[in-house]
Design a protein. Sequence first.
Length: 108
Amino acid sequence: MTPLDLSVDVDADSTRISLRGELDVSSSPMLRDLIVRLVSEGRNHLALDCDGLAFVDSTGLGVFVGARARALAANGSVALENVRPALARLLNVTGMTGLFDTTQVTAA
């Protein structure tokens, strides 16, 4: 199990949260709490950099959907950036692909 590490980069227009490790039932509350705090502070345009994610379970997907709902309620948005193939497949299989603006990691 790889613990989840979060780093936040704030600029004038958006907030980037870089995710590293595993986003699962034990680590999801940490990301959810961060997103709730950021949106409550008026940071409603979020970019989640998924390049460092090694694993995402259904609880992690729920945090993505909850983040989208919170951001939209505040006239904001959530983008998933640097989505690796395994996460892209998971989003596709669960029907969530259309919920997010995404950029995918391209093969080298």
